[in-house]
Every structure is written in C-alpha cells, then in structure tokens.
Design a protein around this ligand. Structure first.
Ligand code: NDP
Ligand code: OXD
Length: 313
C-alpha cells in the first residue's frame, strides 16, 4: 500500500483552528509549517499565499504547489521557485462574487456621490440634487477580463452601466465590449470613466497604473485597484488626483502591506483605502477545493487552474 500523501499548510499557527477542521477525514495528512516537525522530502503538496522564499525549493518531492489566493505573483517572485512543479491557483465563484461586490459598492458610492450626502447629513443639510452623470453615460473599463473581471463586469452591466474590458486575448462575454492587447489599450482607456484593475501582477502589468495611463483616461475618471499594489505607481496617482485630472481612487492593495503609517495614501482626501479585504479565501471552500484538487492530481490528471509560469498567471 502506498503511503498517504502529505499536505504542508503554510499559514500562521494562529490560523490553525480556522483551517485544520476542514481537512478532517481527508485522504491525506496535513502538517502545519510553523508548528509541526517534518521531513522536507516527505511533503507532496503545499498550500500557502506568500510562502517564505526558498521553502518550496527545499521540498524536493513536491507534486503540486497550491495557492490559497487567486493571484500567484508572490510565488513567482521567489528567485528559487521550482518551475518544474505545477502551480495551481485558487478559483472560486464565491471569491469572484465578493470581489464583484466590492467593485460594485465602490463604483456606486462614487457614481451616486454618497460621500457628499454623508457629509451633508453630518451638517444637517438637505442637499437634494440629481445625479450629475447618467448611469447610461458612465462607462466602466475593466483591466483584466478573467475569472473575477468578467463577474464584476456582468454585475455592473446588470446595473445599467456600459462596460468594456481589456485583456490579452479577445473575449466574448455578452454585453461587455472587448479590447485586446497593447494596440487597443489607448482606445480602451479613452472611454473609461471608471478604471478597475483586475489584472494579475506580472512583468507586463507591473506599474500599469501610471502617469501615462492616467493621462489617457477622461477628465474626472475614478480608479479602483483591487488587484495588486505593484500595479500602481503611487506618486503618479497622487499627482493625477492633485491636478484634478482624476476625481478619486479606491485602493484595496498596496506595494507594502500592511500600508505603512507614514504612507500619504492613508490620508489623501480623494483616496479610499481598505486593508486587502475585497475578498478573502474562505477556509472551508478552499479546503474542499484542495481535497478535490489532490484527488485529481493523484489520478494523474492536469489541474485546470494550473498557472502558466512563463506568462506569470
Ligand atoms: P485571471 O487569470 O482569471 O484573469 C486575468 C485577466 O488579465 C485575463 O483576462 C488576462 O487576459 C488579463 N491579462 C493578463 N495579463 C495581461 C496583459 N499583459 N495584457 C492584457 N491583459 C492581461 O485572474 P483573476 O480574475 O482570477 O484574478 C485577478 C487578480 O485579482 C489576481 O491575480 C489577484 O492579484 C487579484 N485578487 C485580489 C483580491 C483582493 O482581495 N484584493 C482577491 C482575489 C484576487 P487573457 O484572458 O487574455 O489571458
Ligand atoms: C488573492 C488575494 O489573490 O486574496 O486571492 O489577493
């Protein structure tokens, strides 16, 4: 009889009670990286989000590396990442729905000028007025029409916004106009009153939210970055907000997380900053996904959510 496979869970020890119960009854053993002693050569699978550099290489018999997040940039940033081992990312309809909720909420808060009404209420002012721009005239541009970008686009479309998206390859999502590749980037930007970043962080997309990009957006555009902090050139955003070209920004992700206390993004009057909470992988759902995924790998099948390491996503 072959030995049971072993999954190494790389999360803080304090999170063990959140995760371990969902693996009970799984047909493999689960060890916690920071708590349990183990022989690196006996680990078959790992599940982590930002594993310490070098750890994965030290596990010499890995069959698959699982990411507990949708984004895998932190894995590929490891100079010793073992390229020959399949890397499988987390894809989950619930995660996509929650990401879409976050995006919809921040589009609506801005579109409906809710913060102005909050301020008016605080002063006891009856500030009745019509929406300055009609929903049908408010064009939403989504950078990245993948698993999450497509769901966010569909939800915004259902609310009456014209939605278009930009991706590497052409898409055919109903009601969402597709722009593809660098040659269509400028025309995509030119009609984006809201620009929502849902790209993976790769060598091609790092710093894509920069002064040049902002200059191609219509006057008064609003930027939402829910992808990765590395997409944004922070001083360029502040300059575009201070010049009045951009009307505001919502940021859920940052170059350095947690966002340092002295970072000006915290206090900028036109920025809404949240602590990387747009959607957090649910341990129960993720554990089920891993149980099914390991069964699939053990049957010798290729996982459909295997990352193309050369492409970076
Ligand atoms: P997918 O891989 O499903 O989609 C990525 C999309 O980006 C695809 O449409 C792809 O195009 C497009 N793309 C990639 N590179 C380029 C490029 N160079 N030029 C144009 N388009 C490009 O990713 P998900 O939708 O699952 O996730 C997106 C990101 O969201 C994650 O990588 C992660 O960083 C972030 N995220 C953030 C969370 C949070 O809480 N803030 C939670 C979850 C995810 P094509 O389809 O043609 O290949
Ligand atoms: C993810 C994330 O990539 O949580 O899933 O950021």
């Amino acid at each position: 009889m072959s030995p049971r496979p072993t999954l190494l869970l790389v999360v803080p020890v304090a999170w063990a009670p959140l995760w371990m119960p969902w693996f009970e009854g799984a047909p493999f053993d689960v060890l916690l990286h920071d708590r349990d002693a183990y022989d690196p050569a006996r680990i078959d699978y790992t599940l982590s989000f930002r594993p310490p550099f070098g750890l994965l290489k030290s596990l010499t018999n890995l069959k698959t590396i699982f990411s507990l997040g949708a984004g895998v940039d932190a894995f590929l940033a490891d100079p010793e990442f073992p390229n020959s081992v399949p890397l499988v990312r987390f894809v989950d309809p619930q995660l996509s729905t929650e990401m879409a909720q976050y995006v919809v909420m921040h589009v609506l808060l801005q579109h409906r000028h809710q913060r102005d009404f909050d301020a008016a209420q605080a002063q006891g002012k009856w500030a009745q007025r019509m929406l300055p721009r009609k929903t049908a005239d408010t064009r939403i541009g989504i950078l990245g029409l993948g698993e999450i970008g497509t769901v966010a686009g569909e939800r915004l479309r259902a609310l009456g916004f014209p939605v278009h998206g930009w991706s590497r390859t052409r898409k055919t999502a109903p009601g969402i106009e597709s722009f593809a590749g660098e040659s269509e980037f400028a025309s995509f930007l030119g009609q984006s009153d809201f620009l929502i970043c849902l790209l993976p962080l790769t060598k091609d997309t790092r710093g894509i939210l920069n002064a040049k990009t902002f200059a191609m957006l219509p006057q008064g555009a609003y930027v939402i970055n829910v992808a990765r902090g590395g997409h944004l050139v922070e001083p360029d955003l502040i300059a575009a907000l201070d010049s009045g070209h951009l009307s505001g920004a919502t940021l859920d992700v940052f170059q350095t997380e947690p966002l340092p206390q002295d970072n000006p993004l915290w206090r900028h009057p036109k920025i809404v900053a949240t602590p990387h909470i747009a959607a957090i992988s649910d341990p129960r759902v993720t554990a089920n996904y891993i149980i099914e995924s390991i069964a699939l790998v053990e049957r010798g099948e290729r996982h459909p959510n295997t990352v193309d390491v050369d492409r970076g996503y």
